[in-house]
Design a protein around this ligand. Structure first.
Ligand SMILES: [Zn+2]
Length: 309
């Protein structure tokens, strides 16, 4: 039997992935019931059923049953830095990052790690109060961390604090390549929609910011472009991205999504992002041959054009 995943309602921070509006519709990471855009498949509440592709589309922050509030960024940064201090990066994971075209020095500097096999977090729990730190939870009186195995990718805010982790899974789960380091299902706080701010080692162009998909791509792109690149967790999180762009205060902004713009759930949000950016900055859209991701295109030296919009 298939248990349907819980639905979340379209709201300001989680707009509908189909129409982009912030009320009335509902969705999870697989399907959406949109009340405004027809799919030809009507459901009994009067809305239409849309299947969401499992590419870069919408990110739905895991809901938490508890009232545990997320700790402030300063505290989370402290805990996460202590957490990764002794974690290694396995040879396999180092190899897979090298194969993406990253340099060893770059990989070290980005602080990628291999998720721990041992889920116990007793010593961390003695040092810090882990309530409200995403990824940790208490079980039978002992602190533990979530168990998904893969590469732990730090998500940093504009103050370079580690405020979350994405995990690149060793084995796809539910057709997903990436998950968030989240204990929301075990009563922890939600990891929230966090925007990764990837800074290159040397900023060559100070007045420009790009926006792309996810933290790892952003890291690879920032290093090769020479300016900050934001990695958004899903196209629907563009409002959070706007806040971060404002804090970085550039003159120009470019949207560089790989995903097929013809897919409705991408294009609505991408367009909304572009429209909002245009109000404040010189804005462009990055274009390159479609078969490659932005990171692969940059590593391969493919020329990327920016169309001013
Ligand atoms: Zn809708």
């Amino acid at each position: 039997m298939i248990t349907p995943k819980p639905f979340i309602n379209a709201r300001r921070d989680t707009p509908c992935p189909i129409c982009g509006k912030t009320s009335w519709c509902g969705f999870n990471d697989e399907i959406a019931v949109c009340m405004r855009v027809s799919s030809g498949r009507e459901v009994n509440n009067g809305g239409w059923l849309h299947k969401l592709d499992n590419v870069f589309t919408s990110y739905v922050p895991p809901k938490t049953r508890s009232n545990v509030k997320r700790k402030p960024d300063e505290f989370i940064d402290m805990v996460y830095r202590e957490f990764i201090r002794i974690l290694p990066l396995s040879e396999d994971h180092l190899q897979s990052l090298l194969e993406r075209g990253m340099a060893e020095e770059e990989i070290r500097r980005r602080q990628y790690r291999t998720t721990p096999k041992d889920r116990h977090a007793d010593s961390l729990g003695e040092k810090f109060n882990l309530y409200g730190v995403p990824g940790f939870f208490k079980e039978n009186g002992r602190w533990k961390c979530v168990a998904a195995q893969g590469i732990l990718i730090p998500v940093k805010n504009e103050r370079r604090q580690i405020v979350g982790f994405q995990i690149r899974l060793d084995r796809k789960a539910d057709n997903k390549k990436y998950v968030w380091f989240s204990s929301a299902k075990m009563g922890g706080s939600t990891p929230g929609p966090r925007i990764h701010v990837a800074m290159p080692q040397k900023i060559k162009i100070p007045d420009l910011v790009w926006i792309t998909e996810g933290p790892l791509k952003a890291d690879i792109a920032a290093e090769r472009l020479g300016f900050p690149v934001l990695g958004v967790p899903g196209v629907n999180c563009w409002k959070s991205a706007i806040e971060v762009v404002k804090n970085l205060n550039p003159e120009r902004a470019v949207v560089a999504y790989d995903s097929d713009y013809h897919k409705k759930q991408v294009s609505i949000h991408a367009r909304a992002l572009v429209d909002e950016l245009k109000k404040h900055y010189k804005t462009g859209v990055a274009l390159w041959p479609e078969e490659k991701g932005l990171d692969d295109a940059l590593v391969a030296g493919v020329s990327i054009k920016v169309k001013v919009v």
